[in-house]
Ligand binder design. Structure first.
Ligand code: PLP
Length: 328
């Protein structure tokens, strides 16, 4: 029933226990699902959805992909890499003006030959209308653009995370563990929507906990419920997702999206120093900070088992050297 995929990633991604981190916290068993290791174009969660987008773009005979987000967008970098492999060009609308230093994901976008259009405006929502304008402009020039929404969040992109639930379910079964929660960082909401739909379709034992790193909770809940329902329908399921099926935690955004907080920096250092594992400053550092706060507040019993989803984003570290000594 699933729509076709254009293969990009290497699956299953590893599921690894983090015993030294768990010991440092005196808390539950923690497993980390390594979707930073999806194995294509520096990895990360966007690769799963891009397999569906690229298949659709090729079926529609597109010759250029148009998308957008911020200068350190993992989505834009992974999309540019995927477009190249599929033989397509890519235009990326990036909010604000060109940063002084071409680092991290922006450097990778340049190496991939993405055509970058800065909006010269800090308003992130403006990217959405600009993407449409760029696509119109390309059409008038005789091109065949295929638009992927900012952050890659739509029902089609979320299908990758319905499949993810099945993949993770087989790994958990092989290990003989039944986690109570799956924790992830939530941005444009497609990942949590796909997991929520998948968890319901496959009867997963865990509850899905998102930690928002950008949008207000109410906005996330609405988006997640809507995208989850649409994705389930696309996958051929008639399950319903209600707003009260969606759990999103607030309190870890700090001054804003993409601005590392002291808790995020401390979390990145703790995980690096216990597990030799790197989180990112925009998403997973804040998402894991949310999990650690919940454990420290006694909200998760020591006999529980948790899965943390590492959604990638490590290239962003190189654009944020300030996290080296950021402390609360
Ligand atoms: C995009 C992204 C997320 C959030 O995923 P959404 O589907 O946008 O909610 C989390 N982590 C990383 C590293 C990302 O690039």
């Amino acid at each position: 029933m699933m729509p076709p995929r254009f293969p990009l990633g290497i699956f299953p991604t590893p599921l690894l226990e983090a015993p030294r981190l768990a010991k440092a916290l005196g808390g539950p068993r923690i497993f980390i699902k390594r979707d930073d290791m999806t194995g294509f174009g520096f990895g990360g969660n966007k690769v799963r959805g891009l397999e569906f987008y690229l298949a659709d773009a090729l079926a529609k005979d597109a010759d250029v992909i148009v998308t957008g987000a911020g200068p350190q967008s993992n989505h834009v970098r992974a999309t540019a890499a995927a477009a190249r492999v599929a033989g397509l060009e890519v235009v990326a609308v990036i909010h604000d003006s060109r940063p002084a230093d071409t680092q991290g994901n922006l450097l990778l976008d340049e190496l991939l030959g993405a055509q970058i259009r800065f909006t010269n405006n800090p308003d992130r929502a403006l990217v959405d209308s600009r993407i449409g304008e760029v696509a119109d402009e390309l059409r008038r020039a005789g091109r065949r653009p295929y638009v992927i929404p900012r952050g890659g969040a739509s029902a089609l992109g979320a299908l990758g995370y319905i499949e993810f639930v099945r993949e993770l379910g087989l790994q958990l079964q092989a290990l003989g563990v039944a986690p109570t929660r799956l924790v992830l960082a939530t941005g444009s909401c497609g990942t949590q929507a796909g997991i929520l739909a998948g968890a319901k379709i496959y009867g997963a034992p865990y509850r899905v906990f998102g930690v928002t790193v950008s949008r207000p909770v109410e906005e996330c809940v609405g988006r997640i419920a809507r995208i989850a329902g649409e994705a389930a329908r696309l996958a051929g399921s008639d399950i319903e997702i209600a707003a009260n099926d969606v759990v999103v935690r607030d309190g870890f955004i700090g001054p804003g999206y993409g601005i590392p907080t002291p808790e995020c920096a401390e979390t990145i250092r703790l995980v690096a120093r216990t597990e030799g594992l790197f989180l990112d400053p925009t998403y997973t550092g804040k998402g894991m900070a949310g999990l650690l706060a919940e454990i420290r507040a006694g909200g998760i019993a020591p006999n529980e088992t948790i899965v943390f989803l590492h959604t990638g984003g490590e290239p962003g570290l190189f654009a944020h050297s300030e996290i080296k000594d950021l402390t609360s």
